[in-house]
Design a protein around this ligand. Structure first.
Ligand code: SF4
Ligand code: SF4
Length: 326
């Protein structure tokens, strides 16, 4: 599967290793993702779920084994596993004092920000976000965003960038677990989730609904403070908190006239036109093109620092300028 495109220091055309491609399944990842499907449906688990239960699971294991040869990455992966396994606080049998939806919302924001979150939003659970094969009884999602440092991210696709991504996934998980523990101390059921392992729901549409920003051409959310320089975590709960709303500030229109991520992707995975995916027209990254490169670089992310919104200090000014035209 050779690809063309000159980008940074990646030799062109870039060709994935035979060892990796020998594990490639018959089915296209784009088909699993619902590319071209006119009807809305729940997402299908594809990557970062149980590798024994997905067609691309052997590739996920192969990527994990490669990452283990990098001491820093291995340490971060083990740290993530330790966090996932740590016992959660018990749910207090007596509910704390009653709060209004506004008070719940403010309290959750305070706890999440106190734990280190840069972004916090709350939304009603949408069953369309729940992966096939999963069930969620909770009625609310507390979305959490944690910033990535620009300089290490800007080394992508080098391992230094992958390490920064993992560090922030771990930070996001710590925030989510702390918020979940606080909710349990208030007598509320709650569970925290963060990448890279996928939880029961697709986090990107939930974060868009929570007002984190707009979907960029590179398939990641553009926020008006951080650009695409953040990672997501969430807490599932049912507290009757006030919910947030989606926000537009001109990022989608900006993507119409920008090709920086498209040109930077070493394997032409980023489409210049929106695609129909499970009944929704949206920016879409070609899974089958991205994944081989992503896997051989223990995570790629080269499309994130190249995005002008991601450069420190740019997003607030750009959002303000474009927002005046909306
Ligand atoms: S992460 Fe995927 S889409 Fe982004 S630059 Fe790398 S290969 Fe391309
Ligand atoms: S690099 Fe340009 S086209 Fe790509 S997501 Fe950022 S603004 Fe949009």
């Amino acid at each position: 599967m050779p690809h063309r495109k000159a980008s940074k220091e990646v030799a062109q055309p870039w060709t994935p290793s035979e060892e990796q491609m020998a594990l490639w399944p018959e089915i296209s990842g784009n088909e699993i993702n619902g590319l071209g499907e006119p009807e809305q449906r729940r997402p299908t688990p594809i990557y970062w779920h149980d590798p024994s239960a997905t067609p691309h699971g052997p590739l996920q294991r192969w990527m994990g084994a490669r990452s283990a040869s990098n001491t820093e990455l291995l340490g971060l992966v083990l740290e993530n596993a330790g966090l996932q396994d740590q016992p959660q606080a018990p749910v207090e049998p007596t509910a704390a004092a009653a709060r209004t939806p506004e008070q719940w919302s403010e309290a959750l924001r305070d706890v999440a920000r106190g734990a280190g979150a840069e972004l916090v939003g709350i939304v009603d659970m949408d069953p369309q976000w729940v992966f096939e094969g999963y069930a969620v009884a909770h009625a609310k999602v507390v979305m959490i965003g944690v910033a990535m440092d620009y300089d290490p991210l800007n080394t992508a696709p080098e391992p230094e960038a992958s390490a920064e991504v993992m560090k922030q996934y771990n930070r996001g998980l710590r925030v989510a677990l702390e918020v979940a523990d606080w909710l349990r101390s208030q007598g509320e059921e709650a569970e925290g989730h963060s990448g890279p392992q996928a939880g029961p729901i697709n986090l990107i549409p939930a974060a868009l609904a929570a007002g984190f920003g707009e979907l960029g051409k590179h398939g990641s959310i553009i926020n008006d403070e951080l650009g695409a320089r953040f990672r997501l975590a969430c807490v599932l709960t049912s507290v009757p908190a006030r919910v947030d709303a989606p926000r537009q500030f001109g990022a989608d229109g900006f993507c119409e006239n920008c090709r920086l991520c498209t040109a930077a992707c070493p394997v032409d995975a980023i489409h210049d036109e929106k695609q129909l995916v499970r009944g929704v027209e949206k920016w879409y990254v070609d899974f089958d093109r991205c994944l081989p490169f992503f896997n051989e670089h223990q995570g790629c992310a080269a499309c994130l620092p190249i995005c002008p919104w991601s450069r420190p200090g740019v997003a607030p000014r750009l959002a303000q300028k474009l927002g005046r035209r909306l």
